[in-house]
Design a protein around this ligand. Structure first.
Ligand SMILES: *Cc1c(COP(=O)(O)O)cnc(C)c1O
Length: 390
C-alpha cells in the first residue's frame, strides 16, 4: 500500500494548483482542468534540453484546440495518426509541412488524403503499407519504424504492435527508393512512460546499424532519426528527471553518430501534457464487503470508461490527492459503471484518509494526457469526460 499522503508541491507549483482549484471549485465533477501555462513551460523545457531536435507533438495525447493552438504558436510540428486529427490540425492554420503521418496502420485512401492536403512525411513498417504510400503519396519521404525492447520498463508499452525487425527495415528503405520514394530515416518508440533511459541506447544502436549498412551496401544516405515519445510524466512510480533523459540520450547519439548529428525528431505526448492536468472526481459511495473487512471500497464518479483507461492492469498509478488529513487506510478504488472491469486499483492499494466521506472530491494528479479522448461516449448513459482550460 502507498502509505504516504500525496503532497501537491511534489507535483505542481502552488500557484498552478490554486489556478486549477479555483476553476475546479465552480464545476460539477467529473472533469479535467488543464493549465496551459504548464504545457507552455514543459515545451520550452524540452526544447531547451534537446536544442538540436525538432518536436512533433503526438496529437493523440490530448487534441484539445487550446493545446494545439498553443503548440502551433510555439512552432511545434505535429505527429498525426488519422485523417480526423489531420483535418483538425490543418483547420487551425498549421501548414502540412509541419505534419507527419506517423501511424503505420492506414487505409490507402487516407494516405491519399494526407498527400492531397500536402503532407510528405510518412511512417511505415510493412511492405504492403509502403507500396500503398508509393501509389497514393508518390515521392514522399519515408521513415521506417523498428521494433524495440524495453517493454518491461515502460508503464504503457507501445512496441509489439508497431515496428519491424532491422533486416526488414533495411529492405523496406531500399524498396522505398526503388518505388520512387525518399528513404529518409528510422523511427522507434521505446514505450510510453519509459523508466529505463537505456532503452534509447539500444534503439539508437540499432538505428546506427541501419544507417551504416544502407550507406555501405546500397549507397543510401539516411537523414533522420525519430526518437519517438516515452519521456516521463510524474506519477506515483518515480522516474529520472527529463534533464537526465536528455543528457543520456544526447550522449548515446554522440557515441554512435559523432558530433555531426542526423536530423533528430522527438514525438512527445505524455511528458508535455500530463502534469498540466488534474482530473477531479467525487466519491459516490464508500463501503466494506464484510463487517470485519480491513479495507474499504471507494467508488467515484470517474472510472475506466470515463478517462482512466490507463489504469488498465494498474499500469499508470496516478497520485490521488484528497485534501484531507489523518490516519490512512487501504482502499480499492473503482468507477461508477455497472461493469466489474471498472476497477482502477485493487492489487495496488492506495492508502486514503479514514475520514473520507461520500461527496468528497478526489484530485487525480498528472491526468492531462490520455484521459479526455479515452472516455466512452455513453456507457451506462454517462457523458464523456469534460475538460476545461486555464
Ligand atoms: C503515442 C505516440 C507518441 C507519444 O508517446 P508519449 O510516450 O506519450 O510521449 C509518439 N509517437 C508515436 C508514434 C505515438 O504513437
Amino acid at each position: 500500500m502507498s502509505n504516504k499522503p500525496i503532497k501537491i508541491e511534489d507535483y505542481y507549483e502552488q500557484a498552478t494548483f490554486n489556478r486549477i482549484k479555483a476553476l475546479a471549485d465552480t464545476k460539477e465533477t467529473p472533469f479535467v482542468v488543464i493549465d496551459t501555462a504548464t504545457v507552455d513551460r514543459q515545451y520550452d523545457t524540452l526544447v531547451g534540453y534537446f536544442p538540436y531536435a525538432s518536436v512533433y507533438y503526438a496529437v493523440k495525447a490530448n487534441p484539445a484546440v487550446q493545446i494545439l493552438t498553443l503548440l502551433r504558436d510555439k512552432g511545434a510540428n505535429f505527429d498525426i495518426a488519422s485523417i480526423y486529427e489531420l483535418e483538425k490540425v490543418l483547420s487551425l492554420g498549421v501548414s502540412p509541412d509541419r505534419c507527419s503521418y506517423g501511424n503505420t496502420i492506414k487505409k490507402s485512401r487516407d494516405i491519399r488524403t494526407f498527400y492531397e492536403k500536402g503532407v510528405r512525411l510518412f511512417a511505415t513498417d510493412s511492405e504492403a503499407d509502403l507500396r500503398n504510400i508509393a501509389k497514393a503519396a508518390p515521392g514522399s519521404r519515408i521513415y521506417v519504424r523498428i521494433l524495440t525492447e524495453g517493454t518491461q520498463t515502460a508503464d504503457w508499452p507501445l512496441s509489439r504492435k508497431f515496428g519491424c525487425q532491422n533486416d526488414m527495415a533495411i529492405d523496406l528503405l531500399i524498396l522505398a527508393r526503388d518505388l520512387g520514394l525518399i528513404p529518409y530515416g528510422v523511427s522507434f518508440h521505446v514505450g510510453s512512460q519509459q523508466r529505463d533511459i537505456g532503452a534509447w541506447d539500444a534503439a539508437i544502436g540499432k538505428v546506427k546499424n541501419i544507417f551504416e549498412r544502407l550507406q555501405l551496401e546500397d549507397n543510401i544516405e539516411l537523414k533522420m532519426i525519430n526518437l519517438g515519445g516515452g519521456f516521463p510524466a510524474n506519477y506515483l512510480t518515480k522516474t529520472n528527471e527529463l534533464s537526465d533523459y536528455a543528457e543520456e540520450i544526447t550522449r548515446f547519439i554522440r557515441e554512435d553518430f559523432g558530433d555531426d548529428f542526423p536530423e533528430i525528431i522527438l514525438e512527445p505526448g505524455r511528458s508535455l501534457i500530463s502534469n498540466a492536468g488534474i482530473l477531479v472526481s467525487e466519491i459516490v459511495l464508500i463501503s466494506r464487503k464484510s463487517h470485519k473487512s480491513l479495507h474499504r471500497w471507494i467508488y467515484t464518479d470517474v472510472g475506466k470508461f470515463s478517462g482512466l483507461i490507463e489504469t488498465l492492469d494498474e499500469s499508470i498509478k496516478y497520485p490521488i490527492y484528497t485534501g484531507k488529513h489523518g490516519e490512512l487506510e487501504e482502499a480499492v478504488i473503482a468507477g461508477p459503471t455497472c461493469d466489474s472491469a471498472d476497477i482502477m486499483y485493487e492489487n495496488y492499494m492506495y492508502g486514503l484518509p479514514l475520514n473520507l466521506a461520500i461527496g468528497d472530491r478526489l484530485y487525480w494528479l498528472s491526468t492531462g494526457a490520455y484521459t479526455t479522448t479515452y472516455s466512452a461516449v455513453e456507457f451506462n448513459g454517462f457523458p464523456p469526460l469534460k475538460d476545461y482550460y486555464v
